[in-house]
Design a protein around this ligand. Structure first.
Ligand SMILES: *Cc1c(COP(=O)(O)O)cnc(C)c1O
Length: 382
């Protein structure tokens, strides 16, 4: 351990898992200027800031169409619907995902089929192969924790079985696999701009991205009551628009998105340097460890093979907030949702071991050093 750390941490610090007060306060004046401008122009719904953001994000991702929608959950079911998924169709997804992924399938009457994850915590192609059948119509790889899954085997399975792919990239925006951005592998990809996501707005927001002109046109209609650009109603639709004001904030934040990702990668590197020699911890890959991956560290999900709950409690007492994803349960463990008993051994093991350390662009290096110092203290390695 570095000497300065030992010195600095004689007293307790407070490192919450995620401090929402920093989202705005970190750069208040910058956002005030945007809000004031939009409000004075009275540009509220489906205005130029939305178009500008959609165009800018499309360029950033390298995709033909970005369609802003009300949130990341709507983005998933709108993409499934536009992709032709019908009531009764089976949609394969990992059990290790937010309830929103399954909820989105349910919204359009489709049936979520849950599969296991691999050691990278992402959907396991072998598990997908074991459930795929003629009633399977879509595959949703979930690009969790700021990492894009190894997409080659998943795309092969989709091709062989005529499944459409909709990537739930709510946690994956900006991450890449073999140089290609999360969200761009399948028929469509989806993002969430929930405030705690790497690119977050000041409320709800989401987007669908696609290279398919037909799918894009359908989603543009569906999100705005079936109305086309001239105001003619062309089909039944919904209201799932991304607010113009949120779009303006997102346009502004996109300018410094790469900087925010860099800060997360810097924190991930520190965690690696400070924790990789502790045998009870299995860390996510370090920033430069795997050449096929560029990770944005939406989360830093660690497996703790010894005394996980005691570690969490110790850290809590020392002022460090940690969480277990999705309130501690994978989807197949949520009996309340009517999922039947399922043998998903890797996911079960993961949820016995997992904790997420504080990880976001608002976290300082000193705070990360404090987290490291306290974990080393718990395992008595100095
Ligand atoms: C955040 C999230 C969503 C949902 O996004 P909302 O914008 O909150 O609707 C969906 N899937 C995953 C994996 C998420 O993390």
């Amino acid at each position: 351990m570095k000497d300065h750390a030992t010195q600095a941490f004689a007293s307790k610090m407070k490192v919450p898992f995620f401090d929402y007060t920093r989202v705005y306060a970190s750069e208040g004046p910058r956002y005030d200027a945007v809000l004031k401008d939009v409000l004075y122009r009275s540009d509220f719904i489906m205005r130029q800031d939305l178009l500008a953001f959609e165009k800018e994000l499309a360029q950033y991702i390298g995709v033909r169409h970005v369609i802003g929608v009300a949130n990341g959950t709507d983005a998933i079911w709108l993409a499934l619907l536009a992709g032709g998924i019908k009531p009764g169709d089976e949609v394969i997804m990992p059990s290790h995902t937010y309830v929103a992924t399954a909820g989105a399938a349910r919204t359009i009457g489709a049936i979520p089929v849950l599969v296991d994850c691999g050691d990278d915590h992402l959907i396991d192609p072998k598990s997908v192969n074991s459930v795929v059948s003629t009633t399977s119509k879509a595959l949703i790889p979930v690009q969790l924790n700021g990492r894009t899954a190894k997409m080659d085997p998943l795309m092969d399975i989709a091709r062989q079985n005529n499944l459409i792919i909709v990537e739930d990239s709510a946690q994956g925006l900006g991450s890449r696999y073999k140089g290609r951005m999360a969200g761009t592998f399948g028929l469509a990809g989806t993002y969430s701009f929930f405030p705690a996501k790497v690119l977050g707005c000041f409320g709800d927001g989401g987007a669908v991205v696609t290279d398919n002109d037909n799918v894009a046109e359908k989603i543009r209609l569906l999100r705005d009551h079936g109305r086309d650009e001239k105001g003619n109603i062309r089909c039944w639709g919904f209201n799932s628009r991304l607010d113009n004001i949120q779009a303006a904030i997102l346009f502004e934040k996109l300018k410094t998105f790469d900087r925010d990702i860099s800060q997360r990668r810097k924190i991930a590197k520190l965690y690696h340097e400070g924790l990789s020699d502790i045998h009870s911890l299995l860390l996510p890959a370090a920033p430069e460890e795997e050449p096929d991956h560029f990770d944005t560290y939406q989360n830093f999900e660690v497996e703790v093979t010894e005394s996980r709950d005691e570690l969490r409690e110790f850290l809590a007492n020392e002022g460090v907030g940690t969480i277990v994803q999705w309130g501690g349960k994978a989807l197949h463990q949520m009996k309340e949702l009517g999922f039947k008993e399922k043998n998903l051994p890797r996911t079960d093991l993961l949820f016995q071991r997992a904790i997420m350390l504080p990880m976001n662009q608002y976290l300082s290096e000193i705070e990360a050093e404090y987290v490291i110092y306290k974990i080393r203290e718990f395992y008595d390695v100095q």
